[in-house]
Ligand binder design. Structure first.
Ligand SMILES: [Zn+2]
Length: 338
């Protein structure tokens, strides 16, 4: 055996030994230069080729190439593992503050709606819903709204093909519920409504309403006022008073507009309530017996009351907001205040 064979084995052993102790790129470079540079230990061994006979040359040449490949492979492995470790330690900086996950929250309108639902549920009301696309019958006719009533005007309602209309109030839900069940009825109907209004601080073509209906024997206007007062006090505070002003609606008789104590000045008069001490809320009244005719209720036996309230209006009062459009702009800076 040519002595070079043993030398090559020794070189591989030495190299492997040294490679084991390499812990950083600096030491790696030193090792690489020591063995694989032009004048390194590997190149040094190749010099033996010039001294070999024609028979020895292919055999020793093969050994030399195997040794060189061994060193190169091991260096490649080492480089990969060192640069991986480097990247990892650069990526994970344990001293950085953590990312706090953003926690979602309920939209202020939904929050007020949930409160209103809870208040009425506790007073024995059921929560009813109905379609947003209605027929003329449910949105107008069954509510005693005659064909020449201004609310039927094309200027006021969104009409759809097939004599359908986007409901202009949640009152159709009352009709649908009364068709399904016999008295006693004690329900609220929250939901989206649509009217051809130009958006401004207090109007929106889409708004949310909550309407209430109670039908039973011996139901009176005093019950109506008592329920509204209790609900408004729970919602906005014990200081709230309520007042009725005579009004007219096709589906109630008698009808009233109801106001509550101004929550900005507690009734003493301020800019918000235009010095009256009162804030207008919505309409209410005793169900017109003509409406009972549409749902086959005995108007001799039963009486009922109905009331409405605008969700945006209530939320504006509760949170002291003067422009309802802000509820629908989805500005997170506004929404996270609640
Ligand atoms: Zn006021």
């Amino acid at each position: 055996m040519h002595p070079i064979t043993q030398e090559l084995e020794q070189l591989q052993k030495d190299f492997s030994q040294e490679a084991q102790d390499i812990a950083d790129m600096q030491a790696f470079d030193a090792l690489r230069i020591k063995y694989m540079s032009k004048k390194g230990l590997v190149a040094e061994k190749f010099k033996v080729m010039a001294t070999l006979s024609g028979e020895e040359r292919p055999i020793i040449g093969k050994h030399l190439n195997q040794m060189k490949a061994f060193v190169q492979n091991r260096l490649d492995e080492l480089r990969t593992s060192l640069s991986d470790a480097g990247e990892k330690s650069a990526k994970i900086d344990l001293t950085l503050p953590g990312n706090r996950p953003v926690i979602g929250r309920m939209h202020p309108l939904m929050k007020v709606l949930e409160e209103i639902k809870t208040i009425f549920r506790e007073m024995g009301f059921s929560i009813e819903t109905g379609p947003e696309v209605e027929t003329d019958f449910y949105n107008f006719e069954a509510l005693n709204i005659p064909a020449d009533h201004p609310s039927r005007d094309m200027q006021d309602s969104f009409y759809l093909p097939g004599e359908r209309v986007l409901r202009t109030h949640t009152s159709p839900v009352q009709i649908r519920t009364m068709q399904k069940v016999q008295p006693p009825v004690r329900m609220i109907a929250p939901g989206r409504c649509f009217r051809r209004d130009t958006p401004d601080a207090t109007h929106s073509p889409m708004f949310q309403q909550i309407e209430g209906l109670v039908v039973d024997e011996g139901v009176s206007m005093a019950d109506l006022k008592g329920v509204l007062l209790a609900a408004m006090r729970k919602l906005l505070g014990e200081h709230i008073q309520i007042r009725f002003r005579p009004s007219f609606f096709p589906f109630t008789e008698p009808s009233a507009e109801y106001d509550i104590t101004c929550s900005s000045c507690f009734g003493s008069g301020c800019r918000v309530c235009k010095q009256t001490g009162w804030l207008e809320i919505s309409g209410a009244g005793m169900v017109d017996p003509a409406v009972f005719g549409f749902v086959d209720y005995d108007a001799e036996k039963y009486t009922g009351y109905a009331f409405g309230m605008g969700l945006e209006r209530i939320a504006m009062i509760k949170y002291n907001i003067d422009d309802l459009r802000i509820f629908y702009e989805n500005d997170v800076r506004f929404l996270t205040q609640f």
